[in-house]
Design a protein around this ligand. Sequence first.
Ligand SMILES: Nc1ncnc2c1ncn2[C@@H]1O[C@H](COP(=O)(O)OP(=O)(O)OP(=O)(O)O)[C@@H](O)[C@H]1O
Ligand SMILES: [Mg+2]
Length: 503
Amino acid sequence: MTGPTHVLRLEGVVKTFPGVRALDGVSFDLRPGEVHALMGENGAGKSTLMKVLGGIHQPDEGRIFIAEEPVVIASPLHAKARGVVFVHQELSLADELTVAENIFLGELPRKSFGRVDHARLYRETDAILEALNVGFDARTRVGDLSIANQQMVEIARALTVDPRAVIFDEPTASLTDAEKVVLFRVIADLQSRGVGIIYISHRMEEIFRITDRISVLRDGTYRGTLDTAATDEEEVTHLMIGRKLDLSRNAVHHEMGEVALEVRNLSCGALFRDVSFTVRKGEVVGFYGLVGAGRTEIAETIFGLRDPSSGQIFLDGEEVRIHSPRDAIRRGISLVPEDRKGQGLVLGMNCRDNMTLPQVDDMTAGPFVSDEAEVAIFDQYRDRLDIRTPGWRQLVGNLSGGNQQKIVIGKWLSMRPEVLIVDEPTRGIDVGSKAEIHNLIRDLAAQGYAVIVISSEMPEVLHVSDRIVAMFSGRIMREFTSDEVTEDSLIQAISGLDGGRVA
Ligand SMILES: Nc1ncnc2c1ncn2[C@@H]1O[C@H](COP(=O)(O)OP(=O)(O)OP(=O)(O)O)[C@@H](O)[C@H]1O
Ligand SMILES: [Mg+2]
């Protein structure tokens, strides 16, 4: 069989937004049956390029070919009709509708009189869901699903047609390891049918595990394409950010002060039990464990989002009761949440106001913060976190995914907390900024902040922590200092294989 050599090809694509040249003459091609990674820093133009391909944006210049035929892709439905389907970075589902209705939205199967054919709708949906091996069915309301399961619905939606090309824009950002295995199987299956896959992710280990080629964008320009088997992390990073990164393990020890936060025998129903630990001023304590180990719930309890069923919390040696985030903030505790889209940002509001939101909320009691002061706060954290935006007036909804996350981190840092809790601080953040955020966490500790970092990425925990708390199923299994910890002992502890409970 001799098919076209390319599933699709883009040539010289230019796309500008007010104040931003998002794509500057970018070319890209996709072969049948390959997984082609698209990489680049936050704001490099990856999602924009894919939105051009998916018919969401029209390019200012450039040409698109599908199976070597020049095409104009006028809309997402048009793209889909041509076999190009898109699994989005931002979830775009309707909460009130069922899984089946979301999957077939705009294309519901109908009976001869125009009525929706529900029997067929549910039957076809269940067939797709079965192949994905998910734990919910076609009739479930999407709003009742976890973020990870909503992501699976997005994926299911892409599989309703017989696709030529499937675009995955950071599909694993909120998936568990088990769900990732399912996703990779779906990808391998598509691949074996000759479908081309475009895969966007900031996670190097995934890129090297499943892709055949890697194309890199930097600041809206095309930097080159590498064969995955013939390159390494260092070369890819260099293309992405134009400089070398220090990825070595954290070795700098600094002076530690008094205990800032102590948690004693804290329990919260079945979520976690009998949790005790301390964090000193100047110390970074990493919480490592599988999804569902109870780490986020502990953070939420300290931050006043949940009431503990028993146990005590001490700040600077004094017992405190924290009933709300407002209490927590007043006492100098900040939490950068895991679900930043849901809990951290107002997409229709500008960058500055998003960043200064908690202070404004506090202004009823505190001093008046002027517009200029707010802009100054924004500018300071924009520089520190390298947030890519033409200015503070830009709506947060128009920023790239990773830059949106940096806005939330900036918002909590700008409150100068004493105890800072960050939940998955670098999810969706590119390698360059990731290193910056790690350095920032180390810096904050050096300045005397007490920091808790919750992370599911072992290299991250090893890199930033002075001490690591390993959790399994709602309990602390072990504590390690950064000198004694090994990858093996950490894995043992978080899988519950470790008999001795030292904590
Ligand atoms: N609708 C829009 N209006 C204005 N600017 C936009 C819009 N969409 C994207 N941009 C800008 O275009 C640039 C590229 O954004 P894009 O979302 O393509 O980045 P990305 O490579 O996907 O980054 P990330 O890794 O953070 O998801 C950014 O500067 C972004 O702010
Ligand atoms: Mg993106």
